[in-house]
Design a protein around this ligand. Structure first.
Ligand code: ADP
Ligand code: MG
Length: 676
């Protein structure tokens, strides 16, 4: 089995982790950060940008830059509340009431799952480069409170990224795994995870490597964004009262407001008051208008009282469902950037009066836990056992539109539950079954996971046929349904759809498109890389020539200098003509010529009776720099290309460095023989 990575696919930030030699760790992305903003965008040339690059164009290109997509995952248009729609890009419902994101520059619309797939792809690409091996499967975390559709949709995102999902793991469970996988003591832990867009809370019993989730609850539409929104509304309302202009109607102003609000919010976690300055935010009848405001923590907390109230509902639920009281809890694990807010920390202290654990990093703990789970699956980590629960009740619609619960929330998974159905009329040949998930009494108030029809029931008086319908929730929290006609013994497989924003055909088509496009993209990227490398080499060669003629005069190393000049001209020419085939060869020639020049110089350097030695000495301290020979230096990084045409970014190990040192000595010997 290949290597399995762990991915925390956050609303705001995503993180990828892996297990190495039994220890989980987080892999930094190509930009060097351990977290990658969950933002996707297209620039004006329709090029895909993911992560920090996309985040940077949020204000300048709001229509083509997409953030907070996780709020749309696996949700139908009707399920979205006004807050979710408060984004600077355009979303709409397609004819199946699925959410679509409009991207003007590519003239296409995307399912949120598709865009999120690009985030997964980037995380994987960067991790592959780092590890120097390919990755084809992952453990992906989701909020514990995600329903079946949201889980299916997350799995679709991974499929679109070409990744097999080994396990869908609940985020708080992952956090608990990271917290407790190397502890032997037994404890009762509360995991409180407030991120950018979702809130999860779980209670677990951990003892000797066994992780029992007792209960979980949450709110998939509550997170740091809502706190930002309070500041946005406050600023916009004040501005409206003064100037009668609604800043929220202008995409760019809205985006600038949101960014300033988030920054102010984060500052208020450490400071008592913070200035908010947004020059040229709009244009009034008398010219440009600005925002110059001051927000203090007390005011901010006052604006957010209803959000703090909303946090307490899941907390009450989880305590009630677990049967534990606050005194039973030994440790509190805080997860997610929003738990840095003092008002949130105070709120938690009012539920469990102990100091939260400081042993985990709230930004990385979920990915670390996912990496631990990956290690359990691959067999690398033993003696760890995870027993999770299903967050929401699963049931069927019965007479009068009531919800009949088959699998109550917080039932340990995997679980199988069956029920028997019959007909309500004579000779009825089919029955329709409507599956719902949620806690409300009326089915209609819950989330419909889909309907299916059982057909082919043999003619019989009403109530006689017996059809057994079984519901299986697997370890991923995903539902599968099967049905058996008890009288005939015939088994029917039923598929539930309506979950993801994409149907099976769409997923298949997108995967194919992505594969086709990946080839084109790879070629395009390879040619860009090729040009860039040539340009770098040209710059190096020019510098070298300059340095050498400074040191030795224009004819100091005549033959080698001319060779570099000729090769340099060729490279330049093919770069200008964009002739990439010839360019490759010219680059090799230039490399060879430079190599020759360098060798000649190092030979000169070592020859004691060298006529130019005197000149070198007069250069004094410059000498070291000029002869440092940076291009061929002892560089501990490997820049070669791997089989996929990607550039390695792998630190060379000791053995490889030693080998290179031997090569160098061999070369020196050869040089000495040749020149003496
Ligand atoms: P997710 O898992 O949903 O991607 P994160 O755990 O990365 O989210 O948390 C992101 C949220 O945390 C954002 O709303 C961000 O503004 C907020 N955040 C980060 N640092 C702070 C801070 N110092 N004070 C308040 N909020 C913060
Ligand atoms: Mg998170």
């Amino acid at each position: 089995m290949g290597r399995i990575v762990g991915i925390d696919l956050g609303t705001t930030n995503s993180v990828i982790g892996v297990l190495e030699a039994g220890r989980p760790f987080v892999i930094a992305n190509a930009e060097g950060s351990r977290t990658t903003p969950s933002v996707i965008g297209y620039n004006k040339d329709s090029e895909l940008l993911v992560g920090q690059q996309a985040r940077r164009q949020l204000v300048l290109n709001p229509k083509n830059t997409f953030s907070n997509l996780k709020r749309f995952v696996g949700r139908t248009w009707q399920e979205l509340d006004e807050n979710s729609l408060n984004v600077a890009y355009t979303v709409r419902a397609n004819d199946q009431e699925c959410v679509r994101v409009i991207c003007p520059v590519t003239e296409r619309e995307y399912a949120p799952e598709e865009l999120i797939g690009s985030i997964i792809r980037k995380l994987i690409d960067d991790a592959e480069k780092y590890l120097g091996e390919s990755i084809d499967s992952a453990v992906i975390t989701v909020p514990a409170y995600f329903n079946d559709s949201q889980r299916q949709a997350t799995r679709d995102s991974a499929l679109l990224a070409g990744i097999r999902v080994e396990r869908i793991l609940n985020e708080p469970t992952a956090a608990a795994l990271a917290y407790g996988f190397d502890k032997s003591s037994s404890s009762r832990v509360l995991v409180f995870d407030l991120g950018g867009g979702t809130f999860d809370i779980s209670l677990l019993q951990i003892s000797n490597g066994v992780f029992d989730v007792k209960a979980t609850s949450g709110d998939t539409q509550l997170g740091g964004n809502d706190f930002d929104q309070k500041i946005v509304d406050w600023l916009a309302n004040e501005f409206y009262n003064e100037h009668k202009i609604d800043l929220r109607r202008d995409r760019q102003s809205l985006q600038r407001l949101s960014e300033a609000a988030e920054k102010a919010k984060q500052e208020l976690s450490g400071l008592q008051t913070t200035p908010i300055s947004l020059p040229f935010i709009a244009t009034g009848s008398n010219g440009p208008l600005h925002i110059e405001a001051k927000l203090d923590r007390k005011k901010f907390e006052y604006l957010c009282t209803d959000l703090i109230d909303r946090l307490s509902i899941p907390v009450e639920n989880v305590l009630r469902d677990s049967g534990w009281s606050a005194e039973d809890i030994n440790d509190v694990v805080l997860v997610g950037g929003s738990t840095r807010m003092p008002m949130v920390q105070q709120f938690i202290r009012t539920i469990v009066p102990i100091t939260p654990s400081q042993s985990v990093n709230p930004d990385e703990v979920v990915a670390v836990g996912a990496a631990v789970q990956a290690g359990i699956i691959s067999g690398e980590l033993r003696d760890l056992l995870l027993n999770d629960v299903t967050p929401l009740s699963l049931g069927l619609e019965t007479v009068g539109g009531l919800m009949k619960v088959l699998i109550p929330r917080n039932t340990p998974i995997p679980v199988r539950q069956a029920d028997v159905f019959s007909t309500s009329e004579a000779n009825q040949s089919s029955v329709e079954i409507n599956v719902w998930q949620g806690e409300r009494q009326l089915a209609n108030d819950n989330k419909s996971l889909g309907k299916f029809k059982l057909s082919g029931i043999p003619p019989a008086p009403r109530g006689v046929p017996q059809v057994q319908v079984a519901f299986d929730i697997d370890a991923n929290g995903l539902l599968q349904v099967s049905a058996t006609d008890r009288t005939t013994g015939r088994k029917q497989s039923v598929s539930i759809n309506g979950g993801s924003n994409l149907n099976e055909n769409e997923v298949a088509k997108l995967i194919k498109d992505a594969r086709d496009k990946a080839d084109i993209d790879r070629k395009k990227r390879a040619s860009i890389d090729q040009r860039n490398n040539a340009l770098t080499l040209v710059a190096q060669a020019e510098r070298k020539l300059r340095d050498v003629s400074l040191e030795f005069g224009p004819y100091g190393a005549e033959r080698q200098q001319r060779a570099v000049e000729v090769a340099l001209r060729d490279v330049q020419e093919f770069l200008d003509n964009d002739d990439l085939v010839e360019l490759d060869m010219a680059v090799s020639s230039l490399q060879e010529a430079l190599f020759g020049l360098n060798r000649r110089i190092s030979a000169e350097k070592r020859t004691d009776n060298n006529p130019i030695q005197g000149i070198k000495n007069t250069f004094g301290s410059l000498k070291d720099e000029l002869f440092s020979d940076d291009y061929w230096d002892d560089d501990p990084w490997d820049y070669s290309q791997n089989d996929n045409g990607r550039y390695n970014r792998r630190e060379l190990d000791r053995r490889e460095l030693d080998r290179r040192e031997l090569d160098r000595r061999e070369l020196d010997r050869w040089d000495n023989d040749f020149y003496n």
